[in-house]
Each structure stands twice: as C-alpha cells, then as structure tokens.
Design a protein around this ligand. Structure first.
Ligand SMILES: N=CN[C@@H](CCC(=O)O)C(=O)O
Ligand SMILES: [Zn+2]
Length: 419
C-alpha cells in the first residue's frame, strides 16, 4: 500500500461531513484548513490536518502554496450527442427565445452517428470537464428517442461507467416527443415506460423527465417517474425552465433526488423544496452510494444554462435562505449550455446569484453528491475518494475574484492525475 503526502496546501476545503451542523449550507468551522496537508492511500483520503503535524508517507509532493478543493461533482450533463447548435444560439443572442424543439435537431444528428464516433465525442467532452476540475459526472441519454437509440446510448454510457470514466448514468427517453410520434404524446409515453425502459434499465441508475410545456405535462411526467421507480431507478426532473411547469410539486411528491433548472418558482415552490431538506438519507447497495429513494429533493441550478438562454437566473439565494439543499451543475448540452466549466458556474453563482463563495463551492461539490445520492465524493473527509482540484491560486475566492482565468493547476481522481 503506497501513501502520498501532499504538502504546500495554503487552503484545504475538506468539507468533511463529520464536522457539519444541520442546516449548514456553506463551510462549517473546521471544514477549511490553512497551511494544511493531506495523505492519499489506495485512492482515498487517509489523513488531513495541519502541515506541521503531518504523518510520514512513502512519497511526498509539495503543491507550492495552492488551494485544494474536492473535485467538482457535475450532477447534470447531456454528453451523448453529435453536431452543435451554434446557429440556434446565435439567433437566440439576436432575440429569438429558446424552445425545446431544437432537441429534434440534435436527435437527428445523434442517430446518424456511429457508436465509435459517439464514444469519441463523449470522451473528448469528459476530458474537457476533467481539465476544468470535474471528477464526478452524471450524464444522460435523451438524443436517441427510440428503443434502439436510447438503448444504444445507455449501453455506451454504462460501458464508460464500468471503466470508471463516468460515475452516474441517467435515462432521459422523456426528453421530447420525437417526430415519429408527433401529436401522439401518450403513445410515446407508453413506449418510454414500456419497451424503452426495459431496454435501458440494466444500464442506468436514474430516470429523468423534461416536465415543461412543449415537452411532457405533469401527468405524463408522473407516469414516467412512477414507471422508473417501479423499475428500481432513482428519479430526477427537469422543471420550471420555461415556466411554472409543475415539476417541483411532481419531484417532491415522487421523492425525486433532484429537480433541475428552477428559473420560474413562486414562494410555495421554494418552501416545498426547503421542506424536504432534512429528510434523512439511507444507505445504498454499494459503498459510496446512498439509497435513491430517500433524502431531500435537491434544488439544482444551472447558471451557465440561464445565461446561455437569457432566462431569469434561478433563485439560488432564496432557495438557500429558505433552507433548501442546493446543487450547481453545468447542464452541458448543445442546445442550452454548451460548457462543462463548473468553475464558471460557481463564479456566476457568486457574482450574479449572490451566493457566498462557500455556498457556491459546497453546492458544486457536496450538493451535487447529495443530488446523486453519493457520500464518497464531493468532500475530502477521511475515507472519501481522493478527488482533488488543485487551484493555481492561494485561496479559492480567486475563482470568483478572477473569473474566466485558467485556475485549474492539477486534477486527481481517486488519487491519480486526470489533468
Ligand atoms: N431542457 C431540456 N433539456 C436540455 C436542453 C436540451 C437541448 O436543447 O438540446 C436542458 O436541460 O437544458
Ligand atoms: Zn438538462
């Protein structure tokens, strides 16, 4: 067993769950150490504390006075696609508004791509995410929309998950009613909850639905979630992106792990999410995994998507003030948010959504982990996976103080260098 001692850490954000008070939404006392050191053993955090009291180890590396965070946990991406939608984006910047119909353009391009090409595209996007400090990533199907194509996407992602290249896979057959079923949404929902779910279920841990005018209404969305739950999958919802879609009520009622977007909320929606915040989690079926059907419904905000669609920013401040559990994710996809830069999302959350730095960092690490029902990532407490984001800065506040600068110095997943 080889151990590595990392020294020269000016600021170490352990976000150690053992030190957390209930209701904490930033960093609790003791969760950020100064002049610190960390020991990695067998891919896990074995020790953290003041550099002056660091134990001996087989190897030693000096990080040169840099800040170290847990790697980002990006709990919402759509990486299986071909083609881009730059022209749609440009038209939006000239005044057009976002409509879900663009999903059909990406679906056509994705269906036409070979397995090898899709795999290469996903891998190049994973490399981009890792280069920005992401060490845990969820990604979705949803640009296939037939039994064969959703099954193909789920199998490709499952293979990457088994190889340890991604962490969590979600089935999003209920992304949009495809052209072949135009005007017959119920018939398409029958397919999603029937043959399609059966084809993908062995390959995914989660099911998601786009509950929105122009996609699926709350009743159709409820059918999708109920079928997913019956198949043993955890539940996620895209909702309140374009209007008050009913997605929050639906997610809370079905005990979804997360409801994402949240650009249009009223006070009742905020309170409904906050009311779930202290629901207890439960152990899951594998180390590091919690049960998918217990715990809070995390409010996941997607700041890059809000900017790229010129939507009202999701009310992250109000959600935190009400006590909700918050996650920040990239929503990397070709339509509404073609970026996996979580550091950019964190800077936006601080600069524009009025979060403190600690609230934003927590939401993009521990918050994402809770939304994925994981307790082995998103923090650097002893026993956590040694996922480290070493900043080229002496303090993490530089993420918002120097927005857009290349502040990722080094990234390790389970102790090994990714970037
Ligand atoms: N809103 C639904 N799905 C994606 C966008 C998909 C697309 O436009 O291609 C999202 O999360 O923003
Ligand atoms: Zn999405």
């Amino acid at each position: 067993m080889t151990s590595t001692l990392l020294t020269g850490i000016s600021e170490l954000w352990t976000l150690d769950p053992a030190l957390e008070e209930p209701g904490e939404r930033g960093a609790a006392p003791g969760q950020v150490l100064h002049d610190a050191a960390l020991v990695v053993e067998e891919g896990r955090v074995a020790w953290t504390g003041p550099a002056a009291t660091a134990p001996a180890a087989d190897r030693r590396e000096d990080l040169g006075g840099r800040a170290v965070l847990p790697g980002w946990v990006d709990s919402h991406t759509h990486l299986v696609f071909d083609g881009d939608r730059a022209a749609e984006f440009e038209a939006r910047m000239a005044g057009e508004s976002y409509a879900a119909g663009g999903i059909a353009v990406t679906t056509a391009a994705t269906r036409a791509a070979s397995d090898e090409r899709l795999l290469a595209l996903v891998r190049s996007r994973l490399a981009e995410a890792a280069a920005g400090g992401t060490t845990t990533l969820e990604t979705k199907t949803g640009y296939g929309l037939t039994v064969a194509e959703e099954g193909r996407a789920a199998r490709l992602l499952d293979a990457l998950a088994r190889a340890g290249e991604i962490d969590e896979v979600t089935f999003l057959g209920a992304h949009l009613v495809p052209e072949e079923h135009a005007g017959r949404a119920e018939e398409y929902v029958d397919l999603v909850v029937g043959d399609m779910l059966q084809a993908v279920a062995p390959h995914v841990r989660w099911i998601d639905v786009f509950c929105e005018a122009g996609a699926f209404d709350p009743e159709q969305s409820a059918r999708v979630l109920a079928a997913g739950a019956a198949a043993g999958l955890g539940l996620r919802v895209h909702g309140h992106q374009l209007g008050r879609s009913g997605g929050v009520e639906l997610a809370v009622r079905h005990r979804a792990a997360s409801v994402d977007h949240l650009n249009h909320l009223d006070a009742g929606d905020v309170d409904a999410l906050a009311a779930t915040a202290s629901l207890p989690t439960a152990p899951g079926d594998a180390p590091g995994r919690l049960a998918v059907d217990a715990g809070p419904t995390v409010a996941t905000v997607l700041p890059a998507c809000d900017l790229s669609t010129r939507a009202p920013l999701a009310p992250a401040r109000a959600l935190l003030d009400a006590g909700a559990q918050l996650a920040i994710a990239s929503n990397c996809n070709p339509g509404t948010s073609y970026t996996s830069a979580v550091a950019f999302c964190v800077a936006t959350a601080v600069l524009q959504m009025r979060l403190t730095l600690a609230e934003a960092i927590r939401a993009a690490t521990r918050g994402g982990a809770l939304a994925l029902r994981r307790d082995d990532v998103g923090h650097l407490g002893v026993g956590a996976r040694a996922d480290l984001h070493v900043l080229d800065a002496p303090a993490a506040i530089h993420l918002a103080y120097r927005p857009g600068m290349p502040l990722t110095h080094q990234v390790r997943r389970a102790g090994s260098r990714l970037a």
